[in-house]
Design a protein around this ligand. Structure first.
Ligand code: NI
Length: 227
């Protein structure tokens, strides 16, 4: 299942983030790649351990924390500090699969990547190519979302970024370890959550059926979640 999370950042947030990262020095995106990804990847990246990446990463994480649809869909336990990348002049990231375990150099941060996320930071009309193709979900020319929108997709999928033939595709991406490891269970909880919210809107938060269904949601979460 891929899920689109609109408006993680509003226009002012995108502008603020872009002015921060556009002013920084970017480096070859392969500095952080493993050997297989290095073959496929050709882009630029904000240096992972720089001050700008840290500040911009906090900005993205705070925005995600204010986005209920993201929380409901991902049920995040850990989020890898966001990366920022830029594709121009034919840059591309060919078919690959993301590593299962991510460790952050120089720290004890360690996580399992269940979900991958791309937060688009450029207007789709401002570049050609650059669509995200996720095998089994999107086909070429791939997905391009308005700036400030995010796509969540399973880290288990083969995916790629099509070559950018003009303009500049700027995005943030991150990995998420979900409290719910199993995709099927995670999807069920999301559907139940949406159903309960719909029922609460129709019947009121204090309705006995809504109370019971809310209980089922939380008791399934209690049964299945890592915390
Ligand atoms: Ni990837």
């Amino acid at each position: 299942m891929i899920r689109i999370i609109p408006d993680v950042l509003d226009a002012a947030g995108v502008t603020k983030l872009r002015s921060l990262i556009d002013a920084a020095d970017w480096t070859d995106g392969n500095e952080t790649s493993g050997p297989q990804a290095a073959l496929a990847k050709q882009n630029q990246q904000l240096p992972e351990f720089g001050d700008t990446a840290a500040e911009a990463g906090r900005f993205v994480l705070e925005a995600l924390g204010r986005t209920p649809l993201f929380i409901a869909a991902a049920l995040p336990l850990k989020i890898y500090p966001p990366y920022f990348n830029r594709y121009t002049g034919g840059d591309t990231f060919g078919d690959h699969i993301d590593n299962a375990i991510r460790m952050r150099r120089g720290s004890d941060f360690r996580m399992r990547a269940d979900l991958s996320a791309t937060l688009f930071l450029a207007d789709p009309d401002s570049y050609d190519g650059g669509g995200l193709v996720v095998e089994g979900f999107t086909e070429a020319p791939g997905l391009k979302l308005p700036a400030g929108h995010l796509v969540l997709y399973p880290s288990t999928t083969v995916h790629r970024v099509e070559p950018v033939t003009s303009g500049s595709r700027v995005a943030s991406f991150m990995w998420i370890q979900s409290m719910i490891r199993d995709q099927g269970q995670r999807n069920l909880l999301f559907d139940l959550d949406m159903g309960v919210q719909g029922a609460a809107m129709a019947l009121g938060q204090g309705d006995q059926t809504v109370v019971r269904l809310t209980g089922v949601y939380h008791n399934l979460l209690r049964r299945w979640a890592d915390s």
